[in-house]
Design a protein around this ligand. Structure first.
Ligand code: GLN
Ligand code: ZN
Length: 758
């Protein structure tokens, strides 16, 4: 008999990324769609079976997707943008996701504060929505045939609307009355499938600070949806933060259960009494769905015991905090990870086992544990103990240094610094530069890989990298760029490169997590106190500087970006980890400038991504994120020019924070929006220098000199030439050499002509 255990959703890409492989093969016309469907069925079956074997009681269907669940919801509602309406089936589906020869893809954006991207629905008042329940019904039947009665996952109507955009410029919630009837119909259809069916309706939008407009819709929506059929039990699920405002409304609707995240939304505890009084079930998210650390089972049991003092035990169901989509698959293929570190980890499959052990003990007592589970429990206690006490995690020297570290900002005010820098560096107005990386060629990728596998010697590898740097510098000089870079050939990834050299980081072989569509990322793990063993970039940067009389800009990744693109230890505060990274980087900057490097860029590409979902928590995040950027550059001399780069265009809400970071120069992504997004810099009287990207690096298209001149003129309408730098939008590593060369040549030419005209 399975006890009350629940999984919000399971990853679908496959433990060997089977789905990725078959999709990409289909897209390149190397296999049929039938093959895709076959692989998909195999994966669904395997994932259901894993959950069943682990004794999970509530297993989902419709958590699977060939691309994205929000896109699936668009198909379910027939919310199809006009430009795709002549297409059908898989051609329609993948064209919406990826575009085709005649139509651009739908927009994609980050799912709350995760690194998963969903497809943004495009809605309009004139569109007719109608139900297409095929996928949902088929998946339920598919599982049932295998002997598994699933709960059905669907994206809630309010979250769907909240994440959509109106192509006819109205309020998305105005479409509520058009969408809700489709959901009603869907539930009617589902109700015909079985005697009793559970539907999990995901409403993560409830964890934001919502206005009354949205909150007022909750009760009518769920009064309606939960009243459609007697045999339907509705679970409303939220995650990533607390959703107390919504919970207080939902307890007064006829839904069956509330799914809440008690790890990233600890404040949900405040809703326990309301839930108890309503006699609703509580799906208690206590196993981390977003991180890779083992559960502290003893601690979780204590928390659950607390819950059970207020909520009847039979009303508690033990769950993951969110869908396991955000964790890698299984530790089974991790053959190279250090055994001790591995004992601290738990991926999706391992989390299923944790859920079983926790729920068995909670509902039936330790005594009920079978041998295998008893061993699991004992190992868990031991691993948590070793995680707390291991010297590999706790580095007293680092802890002492961090505690005593008081160097919170660099010397000199901006005005004083920039004067010195301009005298010394002698760059012109509208100085030209790039963001750091140049095209990553198959040759350098192979060389890095072969060196890693010890197929080639260190000498050979260094020779290859230096050849690239030589080539890259020669090109930059030839085309007339003014501030040069070394091109980053030695970096596979801007976070991994630093993680590999810092203490406290580990890397997995198979820790892939879906980022969007078939794309996966493999974030590093920060498991222990972070410190720098020795200089990380100095050799490459000084080598580059030795090859030119022009100024080389050194390249580092900032603390907050390293943090936001890693799996971060959960035994100390994130802000503490970030500070450790910052201190390590401050040493690197000092070493670089001592070796004669005059400009150093500290990239904070992921600064904005780390923003909390609740406004109340933003101040705290901003204060330590800014603190740690400033710590990283605190060693910089007044005359060392500090640049930063952010891959965003929207700065309106964070402009003051960016200014506080006090970088001498910031480069940003603006090419696709003319000068609109730069205006905020002027509005607030931003004083530091700015390099708004003047061409989009996401496309191989080469913009003409004229086009770039137009773009520069637009920028000059907003900010004076003394304050502006000219550069592309972002790094060039995904581009090819020919288009990169031509674009930069045009960029430099455009600046030349503008300088003459002015
Ligand atoms: N310096 C990095 C590069 O050019 C920055 C990348 C980024 O912002 N994502 O590749
Ligand atoms: Zn960028």
């Amino acid at each position: 008999m399975s006890v009350n255990s629940y999984v919000v959703g399971f990853p679908r890409i496959g433990e060997q990324r089977e789905l990725k492989k078959v999709l990409e093969s289909f897209w390149t016309k190397n296999c049929s769609f039938d093959k895709v469907k076959k692989v998909a069925s195999k994966l669904k079956k395997r994932h259901w079976e894993y959950q069943k074997e682990a004794g999970i009681k509530y297993i989902s269907s419709n958590d699977f997707s060939l691309y994205d669940n929000i896109l699936d919801t668009c198909i379910m509602l027939n919310a199809i943008p006009k430009r795709f309406r002549s297409l059908k089936d898989e051609e329609l589906y993948f064209s919406m996701a990826r575009g085709n020869d005649s139509s651009v893809a739908m927009e994609m954006t980050k799912w709350f504060n995760t690194n998963y991207h969903y497809i943004v629905p495009e809605l309009s008042l004139e569109d007719e929505y109608k139900l297409n329940a095929t996928k949902i019904i088929d998946e339920y039947k598919e599982a049932k045939k295998l002997g598994i009665k699933t709960k059905i996952n669907i994206i809630g109507p309010l979250t769907f609307l909240g994440l959509s955009k109106r192509v006819d410029n109205g309020d998305v919630f105005e479409l509520h009355s058009k969408i809700l009837p489709i959901y009603k119909e869907l539930i009617q259809e589902i109700s015909k499938l079985d005697d009793e069916i559970f539907i999990q309706i995901d409403e993560p939008i409830f964890v934001k600070d919502n206005d009354s407009n949205l909150l007022n819709l909750i009760k009518p929506t769920y009064d309606c949806l939960a009243n459609i059929a007697q045999n339907i039990k509705i679970i409303v699920t939220t995650y990533f933060e607390h959703s107390n405002e919504a919970t207080n409304i939902l307890v007064n609707t006829p839904i069956w259960a509330l799914g809440l995240d008690f790890l990233y939304g600890k404040e949900n505890i405040k809703s326990l009494d309301a839930i108890a009084n309503s006699d609703k079930k509580l799906i208690a998210g206590v196993v981390d769905g977003r991180n890779i650390w083992i559960n502290d089972i003893q601690k979780t049991l204590l928390l659950l015991t607390e819950f059970s003092k207020r909520i009847k035990k039979e009303n508690i169901i033990i769950s993951t905090s969110c869908s396991l989509l955000h964790t890698p698959f299984t530790l089974k293929y991790e053959e190279k990870l250090d055994e001790e570190i591995k004992s601290w980890l738990s991926y999706a499959w391992e989390k299923l086992q944790e859920l079983r052990v926790i729920s068995k003990i909670f509902f039936e007592g330790v005594i009920s544990l079978k041998n295998k589970d008893l061993i699991h429990y004992e190992k868990n206690i031991y691993a948590n103990y070793s995680r707390r006490s291991s010297l590999r995690i706790n580095d007293k020297k680092v802890q002492k240094r961090i505690k005593e570290f008081k160097n919170y900002s660099r010397q000199g005010e901006f005005e004083e610094r920039i004067k010195l820098q301009k005298e010394l560096l002698k760059y012109k107005n509208l100085a030209t530069t790039t963001i750091g990386s140049f095209p990553q060629t198959p040759e350098i990728r192979n060389s890095r890989r072969d060196f890693k596998k010890a197929y080639i010697s260190k000498e050979q590898y260094e020779k290859d990298m230096k050849e690239y740097i030589d080539y890259c510098i020669a090109f930059q000089e030839e085309c007339g760029l003014e501030i040069l870079v070394h091109g980053e050939p030695e970096r596979n990834d801007m976070v991994e490169y630093f993680g590999e050299q810092l203490n406290g980081f580990a890397f997995s072989q198979n820790g892939w997590v879906q980022s969007y569509g078939s794309r996966c990322v493999k974030p590093p793990f920060i498991y222990g106190d972070v410190s720098r063993e020795k200089p990380m970039t100095v050799d490459w940067i000084t080598y580059a500087q030795s090859k030119t009389d022009k100024i080389i800009k050194g390249m580092l990744t900032g603390p907050v970006t390293i943090l936001n693109w890693s799996f971060v230890r959960d035994d100390i505060q994130r802000s503490e980890v970030s500070k450790q990274i910052a201190v390590a980087l401050s040493d690197e900057i000092d070493d670089l400038q001592k070796e004669g490097i005059k400009i150093i860029q500290v990239d904070e590409a992921a600064f904005k991504e780390g923003y909390p979902l609740r406004t109340k928590k933003i101040k705290d995040y901003e204060s330590w994120a800014v603190r740690d950027f400033k710590i990283s550059v605190s060693t910089a001399y007044k005359k060392t020019q500090i640049h930063t780069h952010m891959c965003y265009s929207q700065f309106n809400d964070i402009i003051k924070t960016i200014e506080e970071m006090d970088a001498d120069v910031i480069s940003i992504e603006t090419a696709r929006s003319g000068n609109e997004l730069l205006k905020i810099f002027k509005e607030v009287g931003y004083k530091q220098e700015v390099g708004p990207g003047i061409y989009d690096i996401h496309s191989p298209r080469v913009p003409s000199v004229e086009e770039m001149k137009t773009q520069i003129k637009l920028l000059l309408e907003v900010l004076p030439k003394e304050q502006l730098w000219i550069n592309p939008d972002c790094g060039l590593k995904t581009r090819k050499w020919p288009e990169t060369k031509q674009s930069l040549i045009n960029m430099v030419e455009a600046v030349k002509q503008i300088r003459k005209e002015n």
